[in-house]
Design a protein around this ligand. Sequence first.
Ligand code: KG4
Length: 341
Amino acid sequence: MAKILAIESSCDETAVAITDDGKLLANVVATQIAVHEKFGGVMPEIASRLHTENITVCLTQALEEAKVKLEDIDAFAVTRGPGLIGCLHVGLQAAKTLAMLYDKPLIPVHHLAGHIYANEYAGEFHYPMLCVVVSGGNTELVLMKGDLDFQIIGETKDDAVGECYDKVARVLGLPYPGGLPIDQHAKKGNHTYHLPVPDPGPSAGPYDFSYSGLKTSVINLVNSMKMKGEPVNVDDMARSFQDVAIGMIVEKSLRAASDFGVRQIVLAGGVSANSYLRDQMKERLSGTSIELIIPPLWCTTDNAAMIAKVAERLYAKKVFAPLSLGVDPNWKIDHWMDFEN
Ligand code: KG4
């Protein structure tokens, strides 16, 4: 094991973490949510600029918290993708510069692998394991038969579930990001609005998802009610939407878990903070032989501690990248070894 400094900058959080033989010494996160809130979504150009401003501050703070010097670090890890291209570049350039200056290995980490391995802060992994990866940019069911062995068995054919939450929140006049406000309103509401469960289409597999139809149904329903002067019950709409959006994830996850005979299910990504998803999974898995790992809330948002968790493994396997490494905004988790571009 070693001292690893990890950097995450794939979306709207600039983060730096330092681990020593697996022990988390520092975990600094600078979030930009307050800036993007007024636009109702992440503005990529602004996000990149803010990463540039924040990266040095986060680095300095992490080193101070960990009480280590840059020359003591054994490897520099960084999120190489997926994410926003300009944002990824800021983290990558920082990590490359440090790796070059201190002549230490550069470790390329997949962002979603980070979200999955964040669960190791909550429990030990047992394979085969199903990872329910639900975030603002991704909705995937990933089967793991062993360490770092990722197979995508289902994914969204259009929008990500988190993106759908954010768009629905917007039409309901709720703040960005919309996941938590919808979750909170849904708890007070009843399922009174009929919303169709979207069909991912004839070419889709049994574990694939579709969210654009659900998003459009809510937007059309709300707009037509507004035009007719009918009041929209936000609590009930949030509940009706959440039942369908999360219901789809629960059903497909449980079906995949049974079909593949998994020992464990782990939740990962921003939407894994959802209380209904957590409660439903706990309830449906209680009394079964499948163990559930739910990430602590701090792990559901982007951070670099999760990047360090993956980096520790890659360091042990000597998976290092050349300094010519580029970012990949569309990097697929089942191709995490392909980074020599
Ligand atoms: O993982 P993340 O930061 O996104 C990507 O890296 O792509 O997740 C952010 C997403 C947002 O869409 C946000 O609305 C959603 O996670 N989210 C939630 C909840 N908390 C955050 N969605 C549903 N329920 C929540 N409680």
